[in-house]
Design a protein around this ligand. Structure first.
Ligand code: CP
Length: 310
């Protein structure tokens, strides 16, 4: 792997190896240890779409490991507003940085960028396409809470049509043998090609609009935001906005160890009264973004973590 554009760039063994390294990074991410194994390395953060967690956790990961970060910053203050193309912007990165992280509203922009440069490129979200580093931290969270990635019953809820997090996560979970329930309004169902690919590879999938019908059998509920910014027509958004909202009283029949995840930001999909239940893992999940991204950066920058830490 020289860049990470989709989860297909990683084998199951590579995923497990990244999660194992991420586990070792926990004391560094918490500030309990300082191991500057990325000292001298420079990351370029190129966010053409808003972000809090992905941008800042990449920055935290790099800095906690002794590296440094260049931010494109607010796109409206960059030369993009003068008409510079993505290709030309990327050409600069080969000279300025050792690795680049890109988020862009256009599906395929990360792959296009990685083809334009020599340095590794990490897809931090390309439109309604993929978000593989979110999947790494999601898998880390699931394994941390359930002790395994295998054989789980997972419900993905909300905007499955435009939701790049669930596009990446569904395939990865399937590869580890999870059963998947896709819960969405019909207008926001998982793209047919993803469902077909999963079914062709033998994955057990249920598609439904019934939000809480199977809650007692689930190990993971993965909520997602209905993404207003992806709708071509605001009227269509208004028809489905707020359709699913999980509250604490909905959880009475849930398994004790069932976990609730969300890539965040949430709008109104999870009521605040869920936060204090033992099921709520979404803030912990966001923290695990730091270790998952630390492990990935080390791998792409070809730093031998074992040798450096021992
Ligand atoms: N989960 C996620 O991608 O969050 P941000 O949009 O804040 O980066």
């Amino acid at each position: 792997m020289t860049s990470l554009i989709t989860m297909d760039d990683l084998t199951n063994e590579e995923i497990i190896s990244i999660l194992d390294i991420a586990e070792q990074m926990l004391p560094i991410a918490r500030g309990e240890a300082y191991t500057p194994i990325l000292s001298g390395k420079v990351l370029a953060n190129l966010f053409f779409e808003p972000s809090t967690r992905t941008r800042m956790s990449f920055e935290a990961a790099m800095k906690r490991l002794g590296g440094s970060v260049l931010n494109l910053g607010d796109v409206s203050t960059s030369s993009v507003v003068k008409g510079e193309t993505l290709f030309d912007t990327m050409q600069m990165m080969d000279g300025y940085a050792d690795i680049a992280v890109i988020r862009h509203p256009r599906q395929g922009a990360a792959k296009y960028s990685s083809d334009a440069v020599e340095i590794p490129v990490i897809n931090a979200g390309d439109g309604a396409g993929h978000h593989p580093t979110q999947t790494l931290l999601d898998l880390f969270t699931i394994r941390k809470c359930h002790g395994t990635l295998e054989g789980l019953q997972v419900a993905l809820v909300g905007d499955l049509r435009y939701g790049r997090t669930v596009h990446s996560l569904s395939g990865a979970l399937a590869r580890f043998g999870s059963s998947l329930t896709f819960i969405s309004p019909s207008s926001l169902s998982m793209p047919r090609e993803i469902v077909q690919d999963l079914r062709n590879s033998g994955v057990d999938i249920v598609e439904t609009e019934d939000f809480l019908g199977s809650i007692e059998s689930l190990d993971v509920i993965y909520m997602t935001r209905i993404q207003k910014e992806r709708f071509p027509d605001e009227e269509e958004y208004r028809k489905v906005a707020g359709v699913f909202c999980l509250t604490a009283k909905d959880l009475v029949n849930a398994k004790k160890n069932m976990i609730i995840m969300h890539p965040l930001p949430r709008v109104n999909e999870i009521a605040p009264d869920v936060d204090s239940t033992p099921h709520a893992k979404y803030f912990e999940q966001a923290f695990y973004g730091v270790v998952a991204r630390m492990a990935l950066l080390c791998r792409l920058l070809e730093v031998d973590v074992q040798e450096a830490i021992e």
